[in-house]
Design a protein around this ligand. Structure first.
Ligand code: HEC
Ligand code: HEC
Length: 437
């Protein structure tokens, strides 16, 4: 802005020179013409000059305005970083997006129901122990017991003092909860179970008073309200500490991680096995891993137990000292096919040398044997019954069973959908027959 007056000087100076020259050299008429022209120009130039000055003034004003705005925004940002109070509304930036509307105070109040440990947020109202007992018996006692002692496995709300260090601590509002605000807030928001949000403020005050009374923390004439709220001393108020492990212990257990060439030699200690086929009706073929459960497959460094170390070799001679056994006549081709079909069974059954019970019983010598007779295997009632009746595995029975296990043997726990093809049934029966007891 300070530059604008200077702007006039060269312009007028130049005009004065031109004027002088005009008087000296030209005749009058010419000179008069010229003067008119020059006068017009002088007017133009000074008009330009003053409008430039005007513009500069306006720009300066705008700059000041902007400077002020920047300062305002900076101040607001600084305040935010310093952590403005939570109650303060977020600064509104004019003209942003133009979406939505400011929330009504009623809307905010409906959401803003939390109670802080110092009682902030508590609504108007009060309730005494005896009213609390009535309401509690109506709304809460069916689960928490008349005296907050807990019915069956529903939570106990009273007692348990000095059990917190035990192996099986009884954590209740009385023994464990550090803040009364949590009790009020929790009950008000979420109880009675299934009827959350139905308690009035007065009912909540009364119930909380009663829970405190059940815990011997207040006398029977106690009235809970905003005013008396902070008088209640919670048994376990000092039982919680701020978790400072990140500062206190982190250094002790953190080491620089190795990021490359961390092992000299790579050694495979376990293999993951993907054992999936279309799940049988009503069940899954996935296999659990509790190594300890007898009869279930286990996983070890050597590999999972349900994958035979080597596919079992058919015993050369037909295995039957017994009578009712399918004759292995078609020779190798049939057995080979049977071995393939048996892969569907091998997640649960073992056969061959040293075969053990797994999810299902081991199947050595199953053909011609009494149903449900493998020692140490826990059969379903259905098989126990068949066993009691003395039913025997003939080729026909076996085929019928394996075609549709669940309909052949109602109640069997063999979760296998069945073999559809007749050739598979023949082959598996022959294959099973090739393993002696
Ligand atoms: C239908 C059964 C039922 C009713 C009725 C019921 N509650 Fe509960 N209450 C529960 C269950 C279940 C829990 C545990 C909920 C969870 O852990 O998520 C619970 C938890 C609680 C707890 C927290 C206990 C703790 O130590 O974790 C309090 C306090 C409580 N209820 C108070 C009440 C009050 C007060 C009423 C009556 C207004 C009430 N309940 C009615 C089933 C019930
Ligand atoms: C998902 C696991 C599972 C699969 C797969 C499975 N079985 Fe079974 N099997 C069992 C269980 C469990 C039993 C015991 C059933 C009972 O007690 O009800 C059983 C029982 C049997 C029996 C009766 C044994 C006896 O001692 O009486 C035979 C035979 C049998 N299965 C053959 C097969 C054949 C063959 C296949 C493959 C075509 C097969 N199973 C697939 C789990 C399975």
């Amino acid at each position: 802005m300070s530059k604008s007056p200077n702007f006039l000087l060269p312009a007028l100076g130049g005009t004065a020179l031109v004027l002088g020259a005009a008087f000296g050299l030209m005749n009058r008429d010419y000179a008069a013409d010229k003067i008119d022209t020059l006068e017009t120009r002088v007017e133009q130039v000074s008009a330009q000059a003053s409008s430039a000055a005007e513009n500069a003034k306006a720009e300066a004003a705008r700059a000041t305005e902007l400077e002020q705005k920047v300062a305002e925004i900076q101040a607001a940002a600084a305040k935010q970083t310093a952590g403005g109070t939570l109650a303060e509304p977020a600064p509104r930036i004019e003209g942003r997006y133009g979406l939505g509307r400011a929330a009504h105070p009623e809307e905010i109040a409906a959401w803003d129901v939390d109670i802080l440990p110092d009682g902030r947020g508590l609504p108007e109202g009060s309730g005494d122990v005896w009213t609390g007992e009535e309401v509690f018996v109506d709304y809460c006692a069916s689960c928490h017991g008349d005296f907050a002692e807990g019915v069956d496995n529903w939570p106990v709300l009273a007692g348990g003092f000095d059990t917190l260090a035990d192996k099986d601590p009884v954590k209740t509002v009385g023994s464990y909860w550090p803040y009364l605000s949590t009790v009020w807030d929790y009950v008000h928001r979420s109880m009675p179970f299934g009827g959350a949000g139905t308690l009035t403020n007065d009912e909540t005050y009364a119930i909380v008073a009663y829970i405190l009374y059940s815990n011997d923390m207040v006398d029977d004439d106690f009235v809970l309200s905003r005013e008396t709220f902070m008088d209640v001393e919670m048994h376990n108020a000092d039982g919680f500490i701020v978790d400072d492990r990140a500062e206190a212990e982190y250094a002790a257990w953190s080491t620089e991680p190795c990021m490359e060439n961390c092992k000299d030699e790579v050694e495979i200690t376990m293999r993951s096995v993907f054992l999936v086929e279309t799940p049988p009706e009503g069940g899954s073929n996935s296999v659990m891993n509790p190594v300890s459960v007898k009869g279930l497959p286990s996983f070890t460094a050597a590999g999972p137990s349900f994958i035979p170390a080597a596919a079992p070799k058919p015993v050369d001679a037909p295995a039957s000292e017994t009578t009712d056994v399918a004759v292995v006549s078609d020779g190798d081709a049939l057995l080979k096919h049977g071995e393939k079909v048996f892969r569907k069974c091998s997640a649960c059954h073992a056969v061959g040398d040293g075969a053990q019970n797994r999810v299902g019983p081991q199947l050595n010598g199953v053909m011609g044997r009494t149903m449900g007779s493998v020692e140490g295997f826990k059969y379903s009632g259905a098989f126990a019954e068949a066993n009691a009746e003395g039913k025997v595995w003939t080729a026909e029975e076996m085929s019928a069973f394996l075609a549709k296990p669940k309909s052949y043997m109602k109640g069997t726990k063999m979760a296998f959908a069945g073999l559809k093809k007749a050739e598979d049934l023949d082959a598996i029966t022959a294959y099973l027959a090739s393993f002696a007891e």
